[in-house]
Design a protein around this ligand. Structure first.
Ligand SMILES: [Mg+2]
Length: 412
């Protein structure tokens, strides 16, 4: 059955003794009774959705972001449940600290993906308990709608121009290409793809003029030298942002690339803490913060990274490639921060990925043209049909293992 469990708590007048008793009873009702990870095949990917239930039967939903390693994250969530059950679900900040710091080896993407899902679910739960949308818990709305940017995955210039015309006609102001140029044997040749991608982007800019924001996601497939050559192929003003040209373990490598190009960088979807984000922000090595609420540590950590980015006059451009739970959480966060440009969408007319299945998720954040409409319903404003979700057997999914033409490993 769809989750219908949102209940607003109402305060009633009473004596000091009554209030004290009521406080104890609310604390008891708010205790976490169950934390359940569910892995389900939705569209072309698996989604890891987490259900947190409190002792009074309220339910909160969250989603984890570490696509492709859902089993590891689910095991971590089950471990966290061993010490979170019985705790007050309203103590979200404290729970974040305890899950991050309760072992000697703090942090890491598996742990923070698990923490993210739990943190999002706790916010959903608290919003339902108080009868308010999550954005109210984050300081209220700073914008009426949340604009999105869309992606064309087309592999030819004609396909890209067709997709982008469709998007521009439907109102999109910001578009991105994704040059997934590898063959059916998963061989990726950096040099031939660089020149092809450059020609495609030049054609898009010539066709659509200066009015659109145009980006490209290079999916950290290049070396510093290759990325620098690509940037040199871009006439001034062609590209508004270049996403992950290189891997992000070493901010100093971005500093090296920065010295060879003036194209803004968009980095951050793999970050799993404020500390990781700080190394890029403080060094000026990203101009858009691509944080992913399902990876970085949920609302608790995302709002801190948003504030750190605001200090550097950098807008969030959140990563949002998952399902309706992550999308709803990203929309509430995006509504509540001052520094925001566009939220990634994978629901545009140019993509049909099936991640937002409305049988499995009967209530979702609505889109009007390129804009997400911020829900005023309690919590995240979504419903999950748990029975249907559990019927979607997760299949083993592995991202392509790309090779360079000489057979050596390169990133997908
Ligand atoms: Mg990306």
């Amino acid at each position: 059955m769809p989750d219908q469990s949102h209940i607003a708590m109402t305060a009633a007048a009473g004596s000091v003794g009554d209030k004290a008793k009521r406080g104890v009873s609310v604390a008891r009702q708010s205790r976490i009774a169950e934390i359940t990870p569910i892995i389900a095949r939705v569209g072309s990917r698996n989604q890891l959705v987490v259900k947190v239930t409190s002792e009074d039967g309220l339910v909160g939903w969250g989603e984890s972001g570490l696509s492709g390693r859902e089993g590891s994250v689910a095991a971590t969530i089950k471990h966290f449940a061993s010490f979170l059950i019985g705790q007050d679900s309203r103590n979200i900040g404290r729970i974040w600290q305890e899950t991050y710091r309760s072992q000697y080896f703090e942090g890491g993407r598996v742990l923070t993906a698990a923490m993210s899902a739990i943190d999002i679910a706790l916010y959903d739960l608290l919003g339902k308990r108080l009868g308010v949308p999550v954005y109210q818990l984050l300081g209220g709305k700073q914008r009426d709608v949340v604009p999105s940017f869309a992606t064309s995955m087309a592999k030819t210039t004609e396909g890209l121009l067709k997709d982008i015309k469709l998007l521009v006609d439907e109102g999109w102001q910001c578009v991105r290409t994704y040059p997934g140029s590898f063959d059916d044997k998963d061989v990726f040749d950096p040099w031939s793809t660089l020149s092809k991608t450059a020609e495609e982007l030049i054609a898009i800019r010539e066709t659509f003029g200066k009015a659109i924001c145009l980006g490209v996601d290079l999916h950290h497939r290049y070396t510093v030298a290759e990325a620098a050559s690509f940037c040199a192929m871009m006439p001034q003003g062609t590209l508004d942002f270049i996403e992950e040209p290189i891997r992000s373990e070493t901010p100093e490598a971005y500093a090296s690339l920065r010295r060879m190009t003036d194209i803004p960088f968009a980095v951050g979807e793999e970050f799993s803490s404020k500390w990781e984000a700080a190394r890029f922000l403080d060094a000026g090595m990203t101009q858009y913060m691509r944080l992913d609420i399902s990876n970085i540590g949920g609302f608790t950590e995302a709002m801190k990274v948003a504030a750190m980015s605001e200090r550097h006059y950098i807008d969030l451009m959140p990563h949002n490639p998952l399902g309706p739970v992550c999308t709803a959480a990203s929309v509430h966060m995006s509504a509540a921060v001052a520094n925001f440009s566009w939220l990634e969408t994978r629901q545009s007319p140019a993509e049909a990925l099936g991640y937002h299945n409305d049988t499995l998720f009967p209530k979702q954040v609505k889109m009007v043209g390129p804009n997400y409409v911020v829900s005023d319903e309690p919590g995240l404003g979504i419903e999950v049909d748990e029975d249907e979700l559990r019927k979607q057997d997760p299949s083993h999914i592995e991202a392509p293992h790309l090779r360079r033409p000489d057979g050596s490993v390169t990133n997908w």
